[in-house]
Ligand binder design. Structure first.
Ligand SMILES: Cc1cc2nc3c(=O)[nH]c(=O)nc-3n(C[C@H](O)[C@H](O)[C@H](O)COP(=O)(O)OP(=O)(O)OC[C@H]3O[C@@H](n4cnc5c(N)ncnc54)[C@H](O)[C@@H]3O)c2cc1C
Length: 458
């Protein structure tokens, strides 16, 4: 077709993977078009104006100091200032007893040891088991991903309380699935990076603005450096023309480029690849996992904490978004409760989820009974992440495909990271690097190891 829109590279999908790829290639001087199906960019990391509540809502996303590629992309787009950093993690038991995990004076990997030894949520036997278990991740994490974390917990004889109060909140929170469906490799990676390698790598960052506000500067940056970002442009199909160029069809309009990066989720990648001759990827092993969040607006301040891990409940995290966003006292407060791996909640009605969450919340914050709940919302994200099931690595494709000029990106492709924003950005940068035949060209440096970990970790 003579009136096809021509680019050097077309990126399909404006999530973090697609945006990272578009920025990298546009910076490199390529003529890049990014096509996004929805009216807003950000993919699963998005916020929107709730139609009945008239509040902008999102499902809270957090980052760690070791997410170097995401942080680098945020810095390029000038949005890093919106991340609020925390050096301590509060674990709350029903009744309100607190345990703190925070960095102290000892060098890595022992920087959290003092607070760990003091934590009342664990007994001596639990702590000994945890310390012995963590030793396995001192040097890194297993290269092989076939062992489940459930098997690892049995093999290292973890106590029931250590599992409930330590391994579970961290692993289920970070990998969004139960132990049977998480490989030891990725659980080990979480502990190595966030507890052992360095205090900086384990810092918790929380965006203080709604996600679309936080991430849209990345799309603006892409545009400023020359990329064309087209929203409401759902790609119907892709095919290779006789001259080797790729034809990308959007609403009957044809776009053409020598290179195409498919940066959609795995379901959509499966659909778009389906009609290509000899398509050989196996998508069956990918399992999507849900997250449910409960949003509560109260007439007054209800906690002095910005966020906390809740133990022995369905709710795993509470984020006091009004505090993170520095609301004034007269604005009341806004809490978000997060239930990871929320398959049971997918079957429940919103009222039922809300009633149970409110009951649980009172166990931790009894004073909340005196506050007036002004409005509430329950958001179910059925396909929030995919699970890093044991053995999945074999099925996660590299960014290079069997088709010349066609590349894959997305948190589900091979990155050595689980389903996260960092994994998405890495995949986009790896895909961009593959386009220019220098795979690691756009990758940020890893967070450096600190203290004794400079010699211990590889
Ligand atoms: C509730 C929830 C909580 C989460 N919490 C965290 C967290 O705390 N920390 C963290 O790091 N990660 C978290 N994640 C995971 C994180 O959001 C994802 O891993 C990451 O955003 C994936 O980015 P992506 O670009 O790979 O894919 P996506 O975000 O899925 O982007 C794919 C894009 O492709 C577009 N698209 C699809 N089909 C087409 C088509 N045919 N044509 C054009 N465009 C198309 C989609 O609209 C989408 O914008 C969470 C996710 C959810 C949902």
């Amino acid at each position: 077709m003579s009136d096809a829109v021509q680019s050097d590279v077309i990126v399909v999908g404006g999530g973090l993977a697609g945006m990272a790829a578009a920025v990298a290639l546009a910076e490199d001087g390529a003529n890049v078009s990014l096509l996004e199906r929805r009216p807003e960019i950000g993919g699963r990391a998005y916020s929107y104006l709730h139609p009945t509540l008239e509040e902008t809502v999102d499902s809270q996303h957090v980052v760690l100091g070791c997410c170097t590629n995401l942080l680098d992309l945020c810095a390029k787009a000038g949005t890093s200032e919106a991340i609020r950093w925390y050096d301590e993690l509060v674990f709350l038991e029903p009744g309100g007893r607190r345990s703190l995990m925070k960095s102290g004076l000892l060098p890595a990997p022992s920087h959290q040891t003092i607070s760990f030894l003091r934590a009342p949520m664990l007994g001596v036997r639990d702590k000994l088991g945890i310390a012995t278990g963590l030793m396995e991740f001192l040097r890194g994490y297993p290269a092989d991903d076939t062992e489940s974390f459930a098997t690892w917990l049995k093999r290292t004889r973890q106590t029931d309380r250590a599992i409930r109060h330590f391994w579970e909140p961290v692993v289920v929170g970070a990998l969004n699935d139960g132990f049977e469906r998480c490989s030891t490799k990725y659980a080990g990676k979480v502990f190595h990076e966030s507890f052992l390698r360095s205090p900086e790598g384990g810092r918790l960052g929380i965006p203080s603005a709604p996600l679309s506000e936080f991430l849209s500067p990345i799309a603006e940056h892409a545009t400023q450096i020359g990329a064309t970002v087209k929203r409401k442009s759902g790609v119907e199909r892709i095919e290779q023309a006789g001259d080797g160029q790729w034809r990308v069809i959007v609403d009957g309009e044809e776009h053409r480029a020598a290179s195409v990066i498919l940066a959609t989720n795995f379901k959509e990648a499966q659909r778009l690849l389906h009609d290509l001759p000899g398509a050989a990827l196996d998508f069956d092993p990918f399992v999507a996992a849900p997250i449910t969040t409960i949003h509560l607006w109260y007439d007054r301040d209800v906690t002095a904490l910005d966020h906390a891990v809740l133990l022995d409940t369905r709710i795993q995290w509470v984020f006091a978004k009004s505090r993170i966003r520095r609301w004034k006292a007269e604005q009341g407060s806004y809490l978000e409760l997060v239930i990871s791996a929320s398959w049971p909640e997918l079957q429940l009605g919103r009222q039922e989820i809300l009633a149970s969450a409110l009951r649980e919340l009172e166990l931790f914050f009894p004073s909340i009974r005196g506050a007036k709940l002004l409005k509430s919302a329950v958001l179910k994200e059925a396909r929030a992440t995919y699970s890093v099931t044991p053995g999945l690595d074999r099925f996660r494709p590299k960014q290079q495909t069997q088709y010349p000029g066609l590349y894959l990106a997305g948190d589900w492709t091979a990155t050595e990271w689980p389903s996260t924003m960092e994994g998405a950005v890495r995949s986009g940068r790896l895909a961009a690097g593959t386009v220019v035949e220098k795979t690691n060209r756009f990758m940020a440096a890893e967070a450096p190891a600190a203290g004794l970990m400079r010699w211990l970790s590889h």
